[in-house]
Design a protein around this ligand. Structure first.
Ligand code: MLT
Length: 324
């Protein structure tokens, strides 16, 4: 008798989950952005989230949970109920660099998530305050090498994209500027424009409007080709620092155990957003790079995460940086 009851209960559970997946979503969905509002990850989340809401028929509500280079928000997301109502925007830092820097990290980027798909590539641009005493990358490098810790470099916390790419920049030019942490590069950009911090290596979608507005200086983009959004900004190769190439990405994840039917619905909504002309234009105008067909799939994103953890771990270990 007990066996029958248990079997029925299990069946009921499966049926309930199946039904939930069929009717999903029936209420708003929270998207955790693990950095301060207004920064690159927030910008990408709001652009694709807006169109995904229309497809899903329920609002995607962004919740900014900043701290510890993005790992605080992603930890909360990874530990949330896998019912499709909590998803998160992770990136090259939270799902690539963080394991090398946080020995006690409470999630494994390669195991604890249901990848949904990449939302966009966000190349790194080397930028500085308007009155920074250099007008090209060579002069910036010479200035940082000559002045070391007297020069301040902003970043969004250990393990963030701006921290990992900034650490890689410092080791590439063999200099040690003072690293100044913020809760995101949104607030860091405000201080760069105010001239209270000297320079940073940040994602293009955050800095492009201020570069186009002449409010900050841009020295180079760390990709093989120039960005159509910033045609006057040379590549690091053109500017004499060929070895410095960094192409971060932002992507949507759900917690592990999220039903495959719900993962499929979320991925469908993301694909529709990335195929929408207005959404594409908003990303491209900010210098964003549209994901490839493979990067837009859960399987492709899983492979990317595994390769990024493998890539960043030796780079950051060699730099001798840890958060703990
Ligand atoms: C942000 O949104 O502030 C960034 O993604 C931070 C970073 O990782 O540099």
């Amino acid at each position: 008798m007990k066996k029958v009851t248990l079997a029925l209960a299990a069946l009921a559970g499966v049926v309930a989950t199946g039904t939930q997946a069929q009717t999903y979503p029936t209420r708003p969905i929270t998207m955790i952005v693990p950095f301060a509002a207004g920064g690159p990850t927030d910008v990408i989340a709001r652009i694709v989230g807006e169109h995904m809401s229309r497809t899903l028929g329920q609002q995607i509500v962004v919740e900014n949970v900043a701290g510890a280079g993005g790992t605080t928000g992603i930890t909360r997301g990874a530990q949330s109920t896998p019912d499709g109502y909590t998803i998160m925007m992770g990136h090259m830092g939270t799902h690539g660099a963080a394991p090398a820097l946080y020995p006690k990290l409470k999630y494994d980027p390669t195991k604890d998530f249901a990848p949904i798909g990449m939302a966009g590539g966000t190349p790194i641009v080397i930028v500085a305050k308007k009155d920074f005493p250099a007008n090209d990358l060579k002069a910036l490098v010479n200035h940082v090498q000559a002045n070391g810790e007297k020069v301040n470099m902003a970043h969004a916390g250990v393990g963030s994209v701006s921290h990992a790419s900034g650490t890689f920049f410092s080791s590439t030019i063999k200099a040690k500027p003072t690293m100044v942490a913020y809760r995101g590069t949104g607030p860091a950009l405000n201080d760069l424009m105010a001239g209270t911090v000297d320079f940073m290596t940040d994602q293009i979608v955050n800095v492009a409007p201020q570069i186009q507005g002449g409010n900050i200086k841009a020295f180079a983009i760390a990709t093989p080709e120039r960005s159509p959004a910033l045609p006057d900004v040379p590549t690091t190769k053109e500017a004499g620092l060929e070895g410095y190439q960094v192409s971060p990405w932002n992507a949507i994840f759900a917690p592990k155990g999220t039903p495959p039917e719900i993962v499929k619905k979320l991925n469908d909504a993301l694909l529709k957003a990335l195929d929408d002309d207005n959404t594409k234009k908003r990303l491209l105008d900010l210098g964003g790079v549209l994901p490839t067909a493979s990067e837009r799939t859960p399987e492709g994103l899983q492979k990317l995460v595994e390769s990024e953890v493998a890539r960043w771990t030796p780079v950051l270990k060699a730099a001798g940086v840890t958060a703990e």
